[in-house]
Every structure is written in C-alpha cells, then in structure tokens.
Design a protein around this ligand. Structure first.
Ligand code: HXC
Ligand code: NAP
Length: 286
C-alpha cells in the first residue's frame, strides 16, 4: 500500500508498544523505515517484542529501543524521554497508545479503580505529550502526536465509564493542542478504533464467548477489525502525507458507532414478508 520508505528515519515512540495494537503499529512503522522506541511497565514483554521485531524484519539491534516506564509517573516519563532521546538523538512522533480498562457497573467501582484508569489513559497521555511538546518547542522542532482513543470517547458508554471519561479527555487534549501548538509545527491526531481483538482488551472487556460474539451483531461490516488495517491507517496519519490533518479524530470501526446511534437500525431484524405487511400499513398513511 505504501512506499517502503514512507517513514524513513522518523523516530517513533509508542507507549504500550510491546503488546496488541501498539505492537502492530510499531512493526508496521519499522517496515516503512522508521526507528522505533517502545515503552510500558513490563520489561520482559518489551524485550521479547523488540527481539521478535528485529528477528522478523532482519533489523540491526539499534533500530528498536525498549525501555520501561509507568506513564502514570511524570518523573518516569521524563526519564523515559531522556533515554529514547539519548538512544536515537531525537523523537519525531509520539503515539499515546498505553491504556487501562475493564468492564464493571460504575457503582461497584472504588475511587482507586477510577484513579488507575484515569492515571494511565489521561494523565499518562498528558505527561508524555506535555513533556515532549515542551522539548520540541524549546528545540524549534516539529513533531506529530497520535492519540489512540475509542469511539465511545465521543458517544460515552456505560460499564467502561473510567475509560470513557479518560478517553474523552484525550480527545479534548488532541483538539486543544492542535489549536495551540500548530504554530510550532506540532500536529495532533486521534485514532478511534472499534473492536480489534487483542489479549489485553478481550480479557478485560469481552471475557466470555457470548460477549465476544455479541459485538459482531452491532457492526454493519459483520466482522472485527484486523491489525494491519489499523497499523496502515496509523502509518498514514503519522506520515508527511497527512501533514495537513491537525486536531481530527479518525474512526476505524466498520460502522459500529453509527449503527448503534441510528434510531431505525433495529429494523435489520424485519423479514422480507414482514416488510410486505409494513409496506401496506405505512402506505395507508398517504
Ligand atoms: C473492578 C477493578 C477491576 C475489575 C481492577 N479493579 N480491575 N475493579 N473490576 N475488573 C480495581 C482494583 O480492585 C483496585 O481498586 C483498582 O482497580 C486498581 O487495581 P490494580 O490492580 O491495583 O491496578 P493496576 O495494577 O494499576 O492495573 C491497572 C488495570 C489493569 C487497568 C486495573 O487492568 C491493567 O494493567 N491494564 C492494562 C492493560 C489494559 O487494560 N488493556 C486493555 C485496553 S483496551 P481497590 O479499591 O480494590 O484498590 C481498551 C479498549 C477500549 O482500552 C475499546 C474496546 C472495544
Ligand atoms: P493492550 O495490549 O492491553 O495494550 C495496552 C498497553 O498499555 C500494554 O502494552 C500495557 O503494557 C500498556 N500499559 C498499561 N498501563 C501502562 C502504564 N501505566 N504505563 C505504561 N504502559 C502501560 O490493549 P490494546 O487492545 O492493544 O490497546 C491499545 C490501545 O488501543 C489502547 O489505547 C486502547 O484503549 C485502544 N483501543 C483498543 C481497542 C481494541 O479493540 N483492542 C479498541 C479501541 C481502542 P504493560 O502492561 O507492560 O504496562
């Protein structure tokens, strides 16, 4: 789909880049010529991911840099940015992908459960974007920030309320910094995926067969997303070809949120015979 040098020499930092969608995006960025830094809390997960990426793509050791960081800790974020900059000399793109989430009735949650998810998703994103943005502005360096959100960041959703609140904050951050930091050549984009199977998300959000299969009925295209679809979109959004996109939220969900929002979409369940009867009934209104 892309020229193999689309992201040549761009230094891209992906938080939560050792697993799931973060890893899929990182691998695609590498295929397209980028230099990649991945960070998260678990060192062994990061190191294994980095080793597998180097092996599969036949890369030199220094093309992928893995360093631990809990993004809820602002000092740790500063140290992580120092380490990535020391390794690659600079950072061109930040992908705020790290997240925490699980399903629960809200009234069952403690304030610590809210703190945990808000800490990873909202504060973690703010700490990374704020510190890197300050460094870019001081150095007069342009850059791109891609924030991974969800479709319910704008619609809201029950049973994932800490995540919905936090992701909505990230959308507000995306739009606000797009307005404020565009003058420094710093671009903001958000990507809102629908369901893409990953161990991290499925184990916490769709832990039973019934829940996992149930979501298919809500997706007009009748299937979940595939990682290359998301990774290719992310590659385009962080590339120079998307250089005029600033402050937008790009949705990739097979039409899921639109389907949930449409008042009459429930009529999918009406059979052809029932439509014959309904046609006669509705014509009577003429
Ligand atoms: C109720 C829960 C809970 C659960 C944790 N808590 N899990 N409450 N139901 N399933 C409560 C705990 O009891 C505790 O409160 C508080 O939350 C903090 O829990 P810890 O285990 O101490 O938190 P921590 O070790 O920091 O782990 C964070 C985490 C965990 C978010 C809870 O799941 C995690 O590490 N997640 C990272 C990966 C992840 O979530 N990936 C999915 C992203 S998917 P008390 O009061 O007991 O102290 C995604 C997709 C969205 O975002 C859209 C999909 C379609
Ligand atoms: P995932 O594999 O669980 O990814 C979450 C990542 O965040 C993990 O690598 C985790 O690594 C890291 N992380 C969690 N807490 C952290 C912290 N405090 N500091 C640093 N890193 C932390 O799930 P995923 O499905 O790939 O999700 C990736 C992104 O896509 C998230 O932003 C999610 O909200 C979004 N999304 C996913 C879906 C979907 O269907 N999968 C849909 C919509 C949006 P450690 O545990 O090692 O820290």
């Amino acid at each position: 789909m892309f020229q193999s040098d689309l992201l040549k020499d761009k230094v891209i930092l992906v938080t939560g880049g050792g697993t799931g969608l973060g890893r899929a995006m990182g691998e695609r960025f590498l295929e397209l010529g980028a230099r990649l830094a991945i960070t998260s809390r678990r060192q062994e997960v990061l190191e294994q991911a980095a080793a597998e990426m180097r092996e599969r793509l036949q890369l030199s050791v220094d093309r992928v840099f893995a360093t631990t960081c809990d993004v809820r800790d602002a000092d740790a974020v500063h140290a992580m940015l120092d380490a990535v900059t020391a390794h690659f000399g600079r950072i061109d793109v930040l992908v705020n992908n790290a997240a925490g989430n699980f399903i629960s009735p809200t009234e069952r949650l403690s304030h610590r459960a809210f703190d945990s998810v808000l800490g990873i998703v909202l504060h973690g994103t703010v700490y990374c974007s704020l510190e890197l943005g300050k460094r870019w502005i001081a150095a007069g360096q342009p850059g791109t920030m891609l924030n991974i959100v969800t479709t319910y960041a704008t619609t809201g959703s029950g049973y994932v309320v800490p995540s919905a609140v936090a992701k909505a904050g990230v959308v507000a951050l995306t739009r606000s910094l797009a307005a404020e930091w565009g003058k420094y050549g710093i671009r903001q984009v958000a990507l809102a995926p629908g369901p893409f199977p990953t161990e991290g998300a499925w184990s916490r959000l769709l832990p039973t067969k019934e829940l996992a299969e149930g979501i298919l009925q809500r997706i007009p295209l009748g299937r979940v997303g595939e990682r290359p679809e998301l990774a290719n979109l992310a590659a385009f959004l962080v590339s120079d070809f998307a250089g005029y996109i600033n402050g937008d939220v790009v949705t990739i969900d097979g039409g899921e949120w639109i389907y949930g929002a449409g008042q009459f979409n429930i009529l999918d369940a009406v059979t052809a015979e029932q439509w014959d009867i309904l046609r006669e009934m509705t014509k009577r209104g003429k």
